[in-house]
Design a protein around this ligand. Structure first.
Ligand code: CDT
Length: 304
């Protein structure tokens, strides 16, 4: 008996600053339709999938910033995506800027949601590792102001039972941190969905620019293998408003092998039949956590 989940990594090409949500949702629906024709059960879209990657600009006018956020989900712009996917009995995940009133205060998060085949939001994740800076740094070719526009998520990594397995979500910079995969795996996740926007140019260490694609796969493949978990990494790619974003969206098996990968920097779907039971090949053997792991020997891992 196998538990097969056919997954589509739905890479998006660049989104211009003036592109409307409707424009983007149309592109997402086209990918959903392609996925349905290929028997996909779950389509994974990138981080901040509905707009351009707006943290690259310094903005002082909060109204201008808030125009990139969603105050409800689904909303009038995204409802057609929810409707089409439900009609095709296909689930999906995507990232967006979430503006929410909680406890009498306004909060802004870099959020991803998972929607099941019936159109229900079954999981929500708010990005925990926010990279970049909070003040204008004009010396940079472009800004990375996630620390200015978002608060870090305050809910630990979590899982949900859906699509016949246990799934978890993370966002972009989270994929570079081994703790992300370990926490998900310890909680029983069998598949981790990760959307990203990663510029080729890293202003703080430009000598690493040629390593961006290598580091992208290095961290996700290592995370998959060391935790016996499927990883679906999905880019917003290509030259977006003059900024080059890496592609290489991929599906990674619990053995660490890349089993499907995008070959363009545009809208592209890659598909793989993921056997969720393959997590056990790793978790019953080399990384049998119960048998071999020594958490009491790693006290610094949980130290602040
Ligand atoms: N979106 C996001 O988290 N991007 C970062 C870019 C490098 S840090 C400025 C990433 O980790 O890919």
């Amino acid at each position: 008996m196998t538990r097969m989940l056919t997954v589509g990594a739905a890479q998006l090409g660049p989104i211009a600053r003036q592109d409307s949500r409707r424009d983007v949702v149309e592109r997402m629906i086209a990918l959903i339709e392609k996925a349905a024709a290929r028997g996909v059960g779950l389509v994974v879209f990138p981080e901040l999938a509905l707009t351009t990657f707006f943290p690259r600009w310094f903005m002082e006018d909060q109204a201008e910033v808030d125009a990139f956020f969603e105050t409800s989900m689904p909303n009038a712009d995204t409802q057609p995506l929810f409707d089409r996917a439900r009609a095709l009995k296909i689930g999906f995940s995507f990232g967006y800027g979430e503006l929410v009133e909680e406890g009498g205060e306004t909060h802004r998060y870099n959020t991803a949601i998972l929607v099941d085949a019936a159109g229900n939001i079954v999981h929500r994740y708010r990005k925990i590792h926010l990279p970049g800076h909070s003040e204008h740094e004009p010396w940079r070719a472009f800004q990375h102001l996630e620390k200015r526009y978002f608060e870090p998520g305050m809910e630990p990594f979590s899982t949900c039972e859906a699509f016949g397995g246990v799934l978890s979500q993370a966002i972009c910079n989270d994929r570079r941190w081994p703790e992300t995969y370990r926490e998900a795996s310890l909680r029983g996740a069998e598949m981790l969905l990760i959307g990203y926007n990663t510029p080729v140019h890293y202003p703080l260490a430009p000598e690493h620019d040629h390593l961006q694609c290598f580091h992208n796969h290095l961290c996700m493949q290592a995370g998959a293998y060391a935790n016996g978990i499927w990883v679906v990494g999905v880019a917003k790619a290509g030259k977006e408003e003059g900024c080059d974003l890496i592609g290489q969206s991929c599906i990674i098996a619990p053995t660490g092998e890349i089993v499907a990968m995008a070959s363009t920097l545009g809208d592209e779907l890659v598909v793989h039949d993921c056997d969720l039971d393959r997590c056990d090949e790793i978790r019953r053997n080399i990384f049998n956590f119960k048998l071999h792991r020594r958490p009491d020997m790693y006290p610094m891992l949980s130290a602040g």
